[in-house]
Design a protein around this ligand. Sequence first.
Ligand SMILES: [Fe+2]
Ligand SMILES: [Fe+2]
Length: 166
Amino acid sequence: MLKKKIEKAFNEHLNKELFSSYLYLSMAAHLDANGYEGMAAWMRIQSQEEYDHGMKFFDFINERGSRVTLGAIEAPKKEWKSPLEIFEEAYKHECYISKEIHKLMDMAIAEKDYPSISFLNFFVDEQVEEENTAIKIVDNLKMVGDRGVSLYMLDRNLGKRGAAAK
Ligand SMILES: [Fe+2]
Ligand SMILES: [Fe+2]
């Protein structure tokens, strides 16, 4: 069984991953409504990935013989000014999640909970990738600026993530 404080913290983090999924789904909806089909498809896949992250916590809590408890998921923001603002916010959100994962790791180390340390290692690595992916898209969007054709091409390119996954 997980120690109570770890069980509580893992349940709270499960909620944060599900919120991430909800936030990216809201971003996908906004991008779709504004004609950025490729970026919307990209965000939708990202949303699914976050759901999968949440389920990893769900399964791990269960496997350790502890209790999953689900709370309310906060409503995500609905409107943004531009795709750049969306991806900048996604990058900031990933940095926040990384910090939260590091806090969980600090707790697992302090409690000498070796299975949790091993479980969290995946997320430490995953967050490096998540931050890197998001900041690269931010950089690309800054490079492109408001040049219509280039923005269209970038949108098409990001949409390939969906095609490759199918
Ligand atoms: Fe995640
Ligand atoms: Fe993420």
